[in-house]
Write a protein that binds this ligand. Structure first.
Ligand code: ATP
Ligand code: MG
Length: 447
């Protein structure tokens, strides 16, 4: 007898063979003589037919009392049928492993799942640890795994070195308003010593750029996002890269290629999950195949103004504006050359026009908006000191960063890609929460 996955049984490979299936009770119904148990494992669900006269009274009573989400092992024969799953198991013996107590039945019932907005439902958020078992979350998490795999594959296939930076840091990357402060080992001189949770791997990656030249990571970043949106988490997964001897265009080429690789990988590996989530595969094929246009910030502002959106030159595009802009995009678009006033000091000023910086955001279509932020770094010592002083940022926490320029600075750049945002976009989720097992935001750190 073979221990099998339900998925293998459903594929027809095990027809007329005897198998052992390990799983959880998804549904159960029947009479005093015969039970129909739909069993679930990580690969699918299948109907298992249990007859009293085959398994005997004791095992039959065990099955009858096995409530939803009880774990058990069935042994039996695989029969092709013309019913729902195409196959069923004629059970010969059963072993209950983790019975559910009838006094505390599984709380996520069908009526709970029939609510309108699953991602906003407080009961499901409180019971996130159990909600993970639903078909919807399982599909999201499988797509997520393929997205992570694709990113690793892309960078490793292109000779990037995976590199880790600290999560406790001394200074901001993205501005102070979203910094998480942590008390950090008080000293006599500094009884209030603080550290911050990193907002990005970038500054520490730039320090290793002269050593490794092409580096990447996938790691969590932390941002105390106060406004509640459908695309901000306070802890999100950030895929970042940094590359030496490169400018804004080189970095954009990698950004485009990695996103296309992700789209192709989810098509190759997760077609079934995407279809079952109602995703249009043709859209995703387009994201994998078609080139991503590049437009300048100024053009985007003009387009928005023509559409009647109130926006002034110099403002960063917030989500409401990105949403309007990207609604009719057929593929992701790069927005380049933002005004210097809208971006932090590490963005390199455009030598052709000092009002702008050599940067880019990649905006996903269908209203999803920004998935990548990147660009060329301010790489000479003179320029970085000028930019830091102009901004009024203290030099001290960034001394190590300045040193990278003092000792053999070279042109370089990089980007950060919001992995959860890419997952939400490709899976067609209506909230970023839907694609991460335990979402963290301003209101929730439990479970
Ligand atoms: P936004 O304007 O949407 O807050 P940002 O400009 O702050 O984004 P960057 O600092 O450029 O973002 O970070 C790089 C990428 O990380 C973004 O393009 C986005 O995909 C992702 N990202 C940033 N903040 C968050 C967050 N709070 N939750 C999830 N993903 C995020
Ligand atoms: Mg932000």
């Amino acid at each position: 007898m073979k221990t099998g996955w339900i998925g293998d049984v459903l594929s027809g490979d095990l027809d007329h063979q005897s198998v052992e299936l390990k799983g959880w009770v998804h549904r159960s119904r029947g009479s005093n003589k015969m039970r129909f148990v739909v069993l679930r494992d990580s690969t699918g669900t299948i109907q298992c037919v249990v007859k009293r006269d085959v398994v005997g009274d004791e095992m039959f009573e065990d099955v009858k009392s096995a409530l939803i989400e009880s774990s058990l092992i069935f042994r039996g024969n695989v029969l092709p049928t013309d019913r729902e799953h195409g196959h069923e198991i004629q059970v010969e013996s059963v072993e209950i492993v983790g019975p559910v107590n009838p006094e505390t039945p599984y709380p996520i019932t069908q009526s709970v799942m029939d609510v309108d907005n699953l991602s906003e439902n407080a009961f499901l958020l409180d019971n996130r640890h159990l909600y993970l078992r639903t078909e919807r979350m399982t599909q999201m998490l499988k797509i997520r795994s393929s997205v992570f795999g694709a990113i690793h594959q892309y960078f490793r296939n292109h000779d990037f070195i995976e590199y880790q930076a600290p999560n406790f840091v001394a200074g901001a990357v993205e501005g102070g308003s979203t910094l998480f402060e942590v008390p950090y080992f008080p000293t006599e001189e500094n009884p209030d010593r603080k550290a911050y949770l990193t907002q990005s791997w970038q500054l520490y990656a730039e320090a290793a750029m002269p050593a490794l030249e092409r580096l990447y990571t996938i790691a969590p970043s932390f941002r105390a996002e106060k406004s509640r949106t459908t695309r901000h988490l306070s802890e999100f997964w950030h895929a970042e890269m940094e590359i030496a001897w490169a400018g804004n265009n080189d970095v954009m080429e990698h950004g485009e290629a990695v996103v296309r690789k992700i789209a192709q990988t989810v098509l190759d590996e997760r077609e079934k999950e995407l279809s079952s989530l109602g995703r249009d595969l043709e859209l995703i094929t387009r994201y994998a195949d078609n080139p991503y246009p590049r437009i300048r910030y100024d053009e985007a502002v003009e387009t928005l103004q023509k559409m009647g959106v109130e926006i002034e030159w110099g403002q960063d595009l917030d989500y409401s504006k990105e949403k309007i802009l990207t609604q009719d995009f057929e593929v992701p678009h790069f927005l380049t050359h933002y005004p210097k006033v809208a971006k932090p000091f590490y963005h390199r000023v455009d030598p052709d026009d000092e009002k702008y910086v050599l940067c880019h955001d990649l905006l996903a279509p269908e209203g999803y908006g920004e998935i990548i932020g990147g660009g060329e770094r301010t790489w000479s010592e003179d320029e970085i000191l000028k930019r830091i002083d102009e901004e009024g940022t203290p030099r001290e926490p960034y001394q190590f960063y300045i040193d990278v320029r003092t000792y053999g600075g070279v042109p370089h750049g990089g980007f950060g890609l919001g992995v959860d945002r890419v997952c939400a976009w490709l899976a067609g989720a209506d909230h970023i929460r839907e694609v991460i097992p335990f979402p963290r935001d301003s209101r929730r750190v439990y479970p």
